[in-house]
Write a protein that binds this ligand. Structure first.
Ligand code: SF4
Length: 72
């Protein structure tokens, strides 16, 4: 399993990667450890050396919905 090259500096990954609900695991397995890594909006910003990225911006570029955040 490959992991996104930016996982150490990605605040989103470091803040939420311990989540283990199906929804969260699906997100990390698809983007951070999966084939859509290059489509992650955070990945694109890190690649462009953008420094200020909200730690609650999801890989799809949207703000993390409160209901999603509550999932384990
Ligand atoms: S959220 Fe995006 S930038 Fe962060 S580790 Fe996952 S794929 Fe990489």
């Amino acid at each position: 399993m490959q992991t996104c090259e930016f996982f150490r500096r990605c605040e989103f990954y470091n803040k939420f990667s311990q989540k283990n609900s199906v929804a969260w695991r699906g997100l990390f397995d698809t983007y951070c450890h999966g084939r859509l890594v290059g489509h992650c909006e955070r990945f694109k910003l890190y690649s462009a050396e953008t420094r200020s990225i909200s730690d609650e911006m999801m890989p799809n570029g949207q703000d993390l919905p409160p209901a999603f955040k509550l999932l384990q």
